[in-house]
Every structure is written in structure tokens, then in C-alpha cells.
Ligand binder design. Structure first.
Ligand SMILES: Cc1cc2nc3c(=O)[nH]c(=O)nc-3n(C[C@H](O)[C@H](O)[C@H](O)COP(=O)(O)OP(=O)(O)OC[C@H]3O[C@@H](n4cnc5c(N)ncnc54)[C@H](O)[C@@H]3O)c2cc1C
Length: 415
């Protein structure tokens, strides 16, 4: 196909996992697609720990094999740590039938692998091209694209998939932004070299360590390249109590959590720390006539359960299937078939995130009276299986976490 077409079936904004998965699905279904990406790959992006359900979605998009060849560190579970208490989740012990493992992925490498695989399928990708304007139309919408020299051109598309992540192209251009209802939190993170790792199949699990000061927590995500990603998530008020210099700040907070401190005893920072302020996003609509938001361009809540990429892939694979149906002449009810399932999945996480910060989920995780069956149900949510209505923690997520926490707290206090 022409490298700079004037018309395409589907124009996809952004070549992150959500954009590439949507492009791959639609290309394989025979549609003429174009991916427009403003940066050059590889590029740094945060979001390095996958969930097992992402493997189903990568497979559905035909991208799993390419990632397999990279030998990423396998993640068989997650561990939550609070001082000397440990709550372990093993993905082979789940309520939902699904993948028992996934990967920890440096995203510069992973995203490059995915986009290369899509290009090898025949998906055209224009790097260093930025979408700057969008004009809706009856049959075709007009998308303005600016190249690195500043030259602009217009591409007409039957459908636009916005996978621009934190770029949030259509939410900005169509004024869909809605403030998140989650409190403002920041994240300060870095890669380390030389941390003391766990052994065998435990090496690749994610640690989520609760800082002694309460709602602050620290992630530990090891990679096969010897580096380990470590990040603090906290309110701006908490962070302001520490040195202003980002390195000193990160090291000082890590030194206060005993598990991270032990792990980092002889480790060295591998780059300048990165700070992200106020990462939660929300929108007033996930779709409209001729467009849909997928991945982080729509909604992002909080990184505590490492769900961002999995939800991004879930939304893009679902949306791509529906775009295919619509372009093939089938009526699609975008509310019922897209917004509702996606919002339900996000709502399950919202309940878990609220439970994490309220203390209900730590009460459940660290309570020895937790039933194996209940643990397996929670494990499936942590593995990213958010649409399995047979799981009570999916079907009744709003009440399940607070009610169970209340019961377990009562039993603990009586003992
Ligand atoms: C602190 C923190 C920690 C996180 N940890 C995890 C984790 O452990 N696991 C996890 O799964 N998720 C995590 N996430 C979430 C994760 O970062 C995102 O969910 C994920 O990257 C979303 O993928 P995406 O494809 O939607 O967007 P992205 O990966 O951000 O890709 C969007 C692409 O669009 C391009 N773009 C932007 N604007 C334009 C434009 N105007 N024109 C053309 N292209 C454009 C960008 O250059 C970019 O390449 C974390 C998030 C935060 C804030």
C-alpha cells in the first residue's frame, strides 16, 4: 500500500501496546490501517509488569510469538509485603481458567518488539508523526498529521482508534477529559542493578511493599536484563517530607521499607529517577461516531495491581473486533458491546484499588484465615481476568472486599 495514503479504513493514533494490538487485529481481518506514532522507538514508558490475561490478548492479536522470542523474565505470581508479613499469590492457583504466568518487560524493548511484529505482518507505521487535529464527518473523518519537519497533511479515515496513552489526543481535542475521582498521587521510580533477588520461579514475581507510613507503597519488578524497576507511589504531601533531589528522595524512602532496603543493600541506580505526577485519568465518553478510545487514552486508575497494559490490550482487542464488524456492515451497539464491558472491568479494579488504600485489601491479604477458594478468586482478579462473571470478586466486587475485610478484621480482633 501507499506509504502516505490519503484514505484509510482505520487510522490508529499511537504505537503502544493498545495501538499495535488494534492495528494487528484489523490488518489481519483485511482492513486498510495506518498507525501514526509521534515518537521514535524504542522509547521509554512505564508499565513493566504484565498480568497473565495479557497473554490471551497478545495471542488474539497475533503478537505473542514475537514477544516469546525475547526471553523476558517469567512472572508466576505477586507478593505483597508488610514488614515481616508476606501475602503470596501464585497464578497457577486461580478460580478462572487461564494463563498461570506472564512476563516482566522493559517497555522500551517490549513495545518495539510488538510494533516490529505488526510491521512484519504488513501494518504501516509512521514514526515521528503526530496527530494534531480531528474533524468528524458523516462517512469519513479528517485527521491532521504533522511530520517532524512541521509539514501537515490530512488523512481521511472511516474509523479512528485513539491509542495515544498519556497523549490523550481525542480526549483533549473533543474535550472529553474528566478529572479522576481518585486522590492525587505521584510516582517516583528508577531501574536498579545488583539487587538481591529471590530464587527459582520466585525470581520474577512482582513485590508490592507497604511503606511503614501507611498508604505509600513500593513496587519491585525484576527483568531478565539484570535490572530491577523500583518505584514509590505516594501523595505529594508524603513525598515533600523527603529530600528534593529525586535520587536522594527515592533512596531515602526505599531505605525505610525493610524488604526493599534488604533487597537494594548493594544495588546501584541505573538511570536518573523519573517522576510522574497525577497519573489517574478519566473521560466522559469512550466512543462516538467513527471513533473509539482504547488503552490509557480512555481511563487509567492506579498502578498498584499492574493492570494498565492488560486493560489497554483488553480494550483494544475488543474495540478492534467491533470496528471490524461495523466496517463490514454489522450494526454495533458501542455502549452495550464496548463501554459497558470495559467499564465493568475497570470498576472491578476500582473496588480493589479503593480496598487497597482503605486498608480492607491488606486486611484480607495478610489475614491467615483467608479460605483457599476465596484466595483463588482474588488471584484471578490479580491475574487480569476481570470479565469472568462466575468469580464473586468480579460479579459482586463492590461489596465483596469490604464485607470480607470486616469479617476477617472481627475474627482477628477476637483472637
Ligand atoms: C507509575 C505507573 C506505573 C505503572 N505500572 C504498570 C505496570 O506495572 N503494569 C502495567 O500493565 N501498567 C502499568 N502502568 C500503566 C501503563 O503505563 C499503561 O497502562 C500502558 O502503557 C498503556 O498503554 P497504551 O498503549 O494505552 O499507551 P502508551 O504505551 O502510553 O502508548 C501511547 C503512544 O501514543 C503516542 N502518542 C501520544 N500522542 C500522540 C499523538 N498526538 N500522535 C501520535 N502518537 C501519539 C505516544 O508516543 C505513545 O507511544 C503504570 C502506570 C504508571 C503511571
Amino acid at each position: 500500500m501507499n506509504a502516505s495514503p490519503d484514505h484509510v479504513d482505520v487510522l490508529i493514533i499511537g504505537a503502544g501496546p493498545a495501538g499495535v494490538a488494534a492495528a494487528a487485529v484489523l490488518h489481519q481481518k483485511g482492513h486498510d490501517v495506518l498507525v501514526v506514532e509521534k515518537s521514535t522507538f524504542p522509547r521509554f514508558v512505564i508499565g513493566e509488569s504484565l498480568l497473565p490475561h495479557s497473554m490471551d490478548l497478545l495471542e488474539a492479536a497475533g503478537l505473542l510469538k514475537a514477544a516469546e522470542a525475547r526471553g523476558y523474565l517469567k512472572k508466576y505470581g505477586a507478593a505483597f509485603l508488610r514488614d515481616d508479613e508476606l501475602a503470596e499469590f501464585d497464578f497457577s492457583e486461580q478460580h478462572t481458567e487461564g494463563w498461570a504466568w506472564t512476563w516482566q518487560v522493559p517497555r522500551d524493548d517490549f513495545d518495539l518488539v510488538l510494533v516490529n511484529a505488526a510491521q512484519e505482518m504488513g501494518v504501516p507505521v509512521q514514526f515521528r508523526h503526530e496527530v494534531t487535529a480531528y474533524e468528524p464527518g458523516d462517512e469519513l473523518s479528517a485527521v491532521t498529521i504533522r511530520d517532524e519537519e512541521g509539514a501537515e497533511r490530512t488523512v481521511h479515515a472511516r474509523f479512528v482508534v485513539d491509542a495515544s496513552g498519556y497523549g490523550r489526543v481525542l480526549p483533549r481535542l473533543l474535550e472529553l477529559d474528566r478529572p479522576s475521582t481518585l486522590p492525587l498521587r505521584h510516582s517516583l521510580f528508577d531501574w536498579f542493578e545488583g539487587d538481591v533477588r529471590e530464587e527459582g520461579t520466585l525470581e520474577g514475581r512482582t513485590w508490592v511493599c507497604m511503606h511503614p507510613a501507611g498508604e505509600t507503597w513500593i513496587w519491585v519488578i525484576p527483568f531478565s536484563n539484570g535490572r530491577t524497576s523500583i518505584g514509590v507511589v505516594a501523595t505529594p504531601e508524603f513525598l515533600a517530607k523527603y529530600p528534593e533531589d529525586p535520587r536522594e528522595r527515592l533512596l531515602a524512602i526505599c531505605a525505610e521499607e525493610p524488604n526493599v532496603a534488604r533487597r537494594l543493600a548493594n544495588a546501584k541506580l541505573a538511570m536518573e529517577p523519573v517522576n510522574i505526577a497525577g497519573y489517574s485519568t478519566s473521560v466522559t465518553a469512550l466512543h462516538g461516531k467513527g471513533w473509539v478510545l482504547v488503552g490509557n487514552s480512555g481511563e487509567f486508575l492506579d498502578p498498584v495491581f499492574s493492570a494498565g497494559v492488560t486493560v489497554a490490550l483488553e480494550s483494544s482487542v475488543l474495540a478492534a473486533g467491533l470496528v471490524h464488524e461495523q466496517l463490514s456492515g454489522t450494526d454495533v451497539d458501542w455502549d452495550a458491546q464496548y463501554a459497558q464491558p470495559l467499564s465493568s472491568a475497570i470498576a472491578v479494579y476500582r473496588s480493589f484499588i479503593d480496598g487497597w488504600y482503605s486498608g480492607d485489601l491488606p486486611e484480607i491479604f495478610f489475614n491467615e484465615r483467608q479460605e483457599p477458594e476465596v484466595k483463588a478468586q482474588i488471584c484471578s482478579v490479580l491475574a487480569g481476568y476481570l470479565l469472568d462473571a462466575t468469580n464473586p470478586f468480579v460479579a459482586q466486587h463492590k461489596r465483596k472486599v469490604p464485607v470480607l475485610a470486616k469479617v476477617l478484621r472481627g475474627l482477628r480482633e477476637q483472637a
